[in-house]
Design a protein around this ligand. Structure first.
Ligand SMILES: Cc1cc2nc3c(=O)[nH]c(=O)nc-3n(C[C@H](O)[C@H](O)[C@H](O)COP(=O)(O)O)c2cc1C
Length: 336
């Protein structure tokens, strides 16, 4: 029996639900090709950052002012175009074009930023470069005690609306889990124009080096245990929120993929597993998914998707507070 592994994500038809998410593995053509050869059904390119775009434009502006003051006659003759100075963003658009030229699978470009501004026009440029869809990563860490939760949420929604206005390709929004009401925020992001959500951003937490007395960036790759947080929220949001759902954080094995699909994910995304073990983990997860579906007599991914979401569950309380005391008591028993 051959199982139908296809899934729909952001309106795109994908061969199956395992996709490499944004990371250095998706930042150059050679590794993109390896990921496609390993079986990836689409790729999310690493991000182009608001800061990169703004920095490049400031540099170009400074250079333009310098030249126009001193070598006015050169402007228009030898003066390089803005694009030539935009090596970061320019390179990024080239990566999209190269990926589109050399890969068969859909290419999702990624913009990473937090404020409304001119950098957002790169959404349109990414579309023009051939991206099949766009992922907006809002990596926002509010530090001002005067800023309210409502203001932070407004910032997300304004960004989505501004970007959506300028593009016609589908838009996914990658967010973290730190909202007072995730279902409410998820609904409003979709209402603001997002075609799907990517759950969840992992916020990289700095550490303190006690010898050097320095704050050190500390990038810890994930493990399958990190799946629990998005697993719960996928199960809760499934059926409650319109739009596609992709899950990132803790997807390492076929079992992780299967759990997320049962909870209701349309797509599962890998970064740490690929960085740690190479593209072969994606092939293994795909084979494991196929084998599990066959063993359990599913005909398709579509058939299993969401079958253990909260709304489909015979025990909806398992995802809520009701399960909390039960879990604590179960843990205490063996040790006492
Ligand atoms: C080294 C590294 C670089 C990353 N770069 C990006 C990025 O450019 N844009 C982005 O949206 N996410 C980025 N991420 C986040 C991943 O796409 C992913 O969402 C996160 O690592 C959680 O998935 P995982 O548990 O499979 O690692 C990066 C992650 C790592 C480890």
């Amino acid at each position: 029996m051959s199982v139908d592994l296809t899934t729909k994500y952001l309106g795109l038809d994908l061969a199956h639900p395992i996709v490499p998410s944004a990371s250095p593995m998706t930042g150059n053509l050679a590794s993109l090709r390896q990921l496609e050869a390993a079986g990836a059904s689409a790729v999310v390119l690493w991000s182009l950052f608001e800061e990169q775009i703004v920095h490049d434009e400031e540099q170009a502006l400074a250079l333009a002012e310098f030249h126009s003051d001193s070598f006015g006659e050169a402007v228009g003759g030898y003066f390089p175009t803005l694009q030539d100075y935009n090596t970061g963003p320019g390179e990024y658009l080239k990566l999209i074009r190269d990926a589109k030229e050399h890969l068969e699978i859909p290419v999702i470009a990624s913009l990473n930023g937090t404020s409304i501004g001119g950098w957002l026009r790169y959404g349109k440029l990414m579309e023009e470069a051939g991206a099949d869809a766009l992922e907006l990563n809002v990596y926002l860490i509010p530090t001002d005690p005067e800023t309210t939760g409502a203001e932070v949420e407004r910032q997300y929604l304004d960004l989505v609306m501004a970007l959506k206005e300028s593009i016609t390709i589908p838009l996914a929004v990658k967010v973290g889990p730190f909202f007072s009401s995730i279902p409410n925020m998820a609904t409003r992001l979709i209402d603001a124009g997002a075609d799907g959500l990517v759950l969840f951003n992992r916020f990289y937490q700095p550490d303190i080096d006690l010898d050097a007395l320095e704050v050190t960036p500390n990038l810890r790759l994930s493990h399958s245990d990190d799946l629990r947080l998005p697993l719960r929220w996928t199960a809760i949001l499934k059926g409650r929120v319109l739009g596609s759902m992709a899950v990132t954080s803790g997807v390492h094995t076929a079992q992780d993929v299967i759990k997320l699909l049962l909870a209701g994910a349309d797509v599962t995304m890998m970064a740490s597993a690929l960085l740690r073990n190479g593209p072969g983990v994606l092939t293994d997860a795909l084979e494991g998914l196929r084998a599990w579906l066959e063993e359990n007599e599913y005909e398709s991914v579509r058939q299993m998707k969401g079958s253990m979401s909260q709304s489909a569950s015979p025990d909806p309380a398992a995802f809520e507070r009701g399960n909390y005391m039960k879990t604590l008591v179960t843990y205490a028993r063996p040790g006492v």
